[in-house]
Ligand binder design. Structure first.
Ligand SMILES: Cc1cc2nc3c(=O)[nH]c(=O)nc-3n(C[C@H](O)[C@H](O)[C@H](O)COP(=O)(O)O)c2cc1C
Length: 163
């Protein structure tokens, strides 16, 4: 069986809450839901499917706990592993909506991992995001600030795609 781990960075708890929701849906044990602030990149080695979540801060910046983690992770060889990305943002920050997801995509591409879970941006209302590559979001983009009512539907559809 494929071993699944979730790695998230979260400042005010929103991305953490979504990570826990994903874990509940997929029956992932608590020990496999990892805050990057207290994890090391070598922990990624234990998993086949790695679900990665970040919120976006500043002007399209990564959630702060990711910086050190990504520095170490970029050098890893994750060939043969699969990564699924998700992010929490605020669609009213219309030029940088969930841009941190795009930043992590670029960083983790260096590892040779495969990606799943690209998501259609129809139904979203933002002008620009680094998370959109070739017309599609590279992962699931959530907005718990303005549209929490859409999260469950989006999340379940996306989980169906990545499994
Ligand atoms: C100062 C500040 C800057 C933010 N910048 C962005 C941004 O550039 N793009 C975006 O999509 N969301 C932005 N957000 C929204 C957060 O990403 C959103 O509130 C998110 O749910 C926080 O998740 P967390 O608690 O897991 O860190 C910003 C929020 C604050 C307070």
């Amino acid at each position: 069986m494929k071993k699944i781990g979730i790695f998230y960075g979260s400042t005010t708890g929103t991305t953490e809450k979504i990570a826990n929701k994903i874990a509940e849906i997929l029956n992932i044990e608590d020990k496999d839901v990892r805050d990057v602030a207290t994890s090391s990149p070598s922990d990624l080695a234990a998993y086949d499917l790695i679900i990665i979540g970040t919120s976006t801060w500043g002007n399209g910046a990564l959630q702060e706990d990711w910086y050190d983690f990504v520095d170490g992770a970029e050098a890893l060889d994750l060939k043969g592993k699969t990564i699924a990305l998700f992010g929490c943002g605020d669609v009213t920050m219309s030029e940088t909506f969930c841009s941190a997801v795009g930043k992590l995509y670029k960083d983790f591409k260096e590892t040779g991992a495969d990606f799943v879970g690209a998501y259609d941006t129809d139904g979203y209302d933002f002008k620009h995001s680094e998370a959109v590559v070739d017309g599609k979001a590279v992962g699931l983009l959530l907005d718990e600030v303005n549209h929490p009512e859409l999260t469950d539907f989006r999340l379940r559809g996306w989980i169906g795609e990545i499994m």
